[in-house]
Design a protein around this ligand. Sequence first.
Ligand code: IPT
Length: 977
Amino acid sequence: MSTTDPTPDLVAALVDDLASTAPARGTLPPRAHLRTDAPAQVLDGTWRLRTWPSPRHVRDDGWQRPDAALDPDAWDDVQVPGHWVLQGHGAPAYSNLQYPFPVDPPHPPDENVVADHRLELVADDALLTHPTLVRFEGVEGAATVWLNGVELGTLRGSRLTHELPTTGVLRPGRNVLAVRVAQWSAVSYLEDQDMWWLPGVFRSVTLLARPAGGVRDVFVHAGYDHEDGSGTLRVDVALEDGAVAPARVSVPGLGLQGVAADVVHHLPAVRPWSDEDPHLYDATVSTPTETVTLRLGFRTVRVEDATLLLNGRPVLLRGVNRHEYHPRHGRSVTDEDTRAELLQMRRANLNAVRTSHYPPAASFLDLADELGLLVVLENDLETHGFELVGWRRNPSDDPAWRDAVLDRVRRTVERDKNHPAVLMWSLGNEAGTGANLEAAGRWTAARDPERLVHYEGDRASTYVDVHSRMYATTDEVAAIGAEPPGGATDAERHRAALPFVLCEYAHAMGNGPGGLTEYQELFEAHPRLAGGFVWEWVEHTLAVDGPDGTTRWLYGGDFGEVVHDGSFVVDGLVHADRTPGPALADLAAVVAPVRLDLDEDLGALTVRNLRHTRTTDDLEVVWSADVPGHEQPAVLDVPAVGAGAATTVPLRLPDAVRDASVTVRARTRHDLPWAPAGHDVAVVQRVAAPAPVRVDGPLVAPSVDDAVRLGPLVLDRATGMPTALGALALHDVAVGLWRAPTDNDRGVGWDEPDLPPVADRWAAARLDDLRSRLVGLHVGTDAVVVRTRVAPPVLDAGLDCTWRWTSDGTGVALELTVDPTGPWPCDWARLGLDLRLDGATRDVRWTGFGPGPQYPDTGQGARWGTYTADRDDYAVRTVRPQEHGARVVDEATVTLAAGPALHVQGARVALTVRPWDRRTVATTAHDHDLPPATATHVSLDAARSGVGTASCGQGVLPRYRLRPSHQVLRVVLTALP
Ligand code: IPT
């Protein structure tokens, strides 16, 4: 960093500027992001960078001028787009609500890195014959821009496009573009989103020619009339100075050729755009000097009877919140990555995205149009940290910030207004409420009456068109769904007439979210409920190479931040590298737009089509069974089901499969942009009843010497606990009630705000520290019966346990009966049997549900079958270690790396296998901090608690809790050599 001889005038001016609440200076009015034939020059690449520790240190050395003599030692290379803190200069920092500096608006702290970015460029000749501008699509921080030493203006709005005129300053030959970015400024108070602070020029910088008389801006109005299938088209065009002729529109697919732009064209028949059929028409808008290319989607968004309608049909948002994120490049993302991400969403039956909490890269909207994702496009505005100071001086309600708030929403709306994908404009996130937001809402409604205004923070819903909440409990959502129209006041009547969305729900952090099904059932039951957006799509861990060459996934606090929110940034359906977590398959199953129901006796199949418009003629329905000769899917004769309709067809399956597990799938007939033909949209199974859990052969008699022996089983006479099964040594065999707390177990449930997190309740009841006392050991003729009392210290609650062992000489059958005694102060995490085997696991093969894990309120995407997973996949590792990975099995083989295996037979027993004991898991901060795998910890559970979503939202629903209760675990254990 350069630290010598600050220049006082310069410092004073910069300090003032950074504390200004005004919007950007010198920028052109915002407009649409257009694809044009006018010349453009992308300036991305290697730039030069130097940093100052503070605005108080900057020195005038003429660095912005082409002739500057620069100290080579002060400058380094930097990639643009990119964040300097991810390129070796300073460090990223994560905080959620908390501002990592004093709340002293509008002043930023003095500790405030200023990063000078400098690019030498030779302007393309093609540009220089026109007026020109430079466009910045994303610069995080507060920037000042110079070209050839001439100040062009400032940028104020990190994820917002700014254009600055360069005409007359851009010259033939060598030019110098200089961008000075201060990390903190007044702007920071408006940009308090829950995410990493990542300053830098992180989106493209482009020089654009603006031909005289060219197309400056376009606002497409392409409506669809669902009653008669007609469309209307009007394109409002603003021309650059020097226009000699009005703009003309061509839409070859509709036979429109060079028609006047700004009159309404009635089109007798158009194919509408929707998430179910994202049909786009190529179009051009031309003047004699410029042609821009657009893709039009005809569609109409409306609210009637408190119902959200797309093209006249009620639409359900099966959505996710999406931050733009790459684990090594932060918010600098490529179009290829974004496309892959959106295809992944579509494969998971998702149809909607909320761009939390800022406008994404402009190309995201092109992809959303193309792939049919319904978008809630959010403004770059959040002032959440003011909540921690009682919302005092919140910029949302302070006239000094009015222009800045309005400027932000304008930039948001103007850039993306031509995209059919955008259904709603969101004024921002968690910015409290106040006059500036209200003004932003009114401006948006007036500017674009064809879309809806969303803002969750308008609790009275006075300046929005949708009633929105985040993390409302299912009870609240049910009440809202059933709310009758009307009300006592105008405000209440207005609110009751709005559709309801959950702009965030089901916090996908760690093991979970539990309870997706219950939300979806409500969305589907009440027309007023328009669905919601799971929080959130991707985990924001930063990938860093560890000393051993493996990737480490880091979160808040790992970069030395003093103020931070730890692992709260690790909450996504997919990991930072886009590998899906188990919740993605669960969500896909829960939100599937086609529902299959199978009679228990396999007599009939019901197909329900939950789509708004499409029939099911794009899907074929197939069945298969795990019986020889029937494993291959066979097509069922199911007629196409109309949108919103259902049909029941008789199933005439062969007798051979009557008692087997039968799977029915609705899968795509044809290749789609996001999935090949044969992609499952919905699956249903009838799973065969489990076999009885008992050993096969005649029972053998136990014997007693230094130990109690029963077939391959050896029991310690002093404790009554098994110590060996054949060649397998069994360690620490015990009854367990605890699990390594999940992120959700550690949260205060929104349904129980006055109670501590369940993890704390378990800790208070010492579920993690149960002691066993031998009550009796009875060696019978063909069974060994051990009775123990298992209980935590300090308390008088306990468990009466009866362990009944039998064997046929090969396997041993255990019937473990548990009865609680005394008052248990809390619900249990689980009830099962724990044991440890020597040596690491190689893999687990099981017949049961998979491939993902299941807890009582998760695993909706799991299917019955036979699976194999290696040690890590079985354990389901998370960035912050926690309980995970249980599969409900009838049979499993846990094979050790050294060869021998433990075979388990049960009936819907939950099997957890991992290299670490629960205490290690619970007390380790990162996956990479876990010790090497040298043992195999196995749990076989008869009952478990759900996981809920209390890391942010409601806890475990009552029906999924595990009350202290009588439980029986039945398993047959066999050691395999
Ligand atoms: C909500 C935020 O809008 C979102 O950005 C994220 O922080 C999420 O919570 C939790 O991960 S705000 C919260 C107070 C509900």
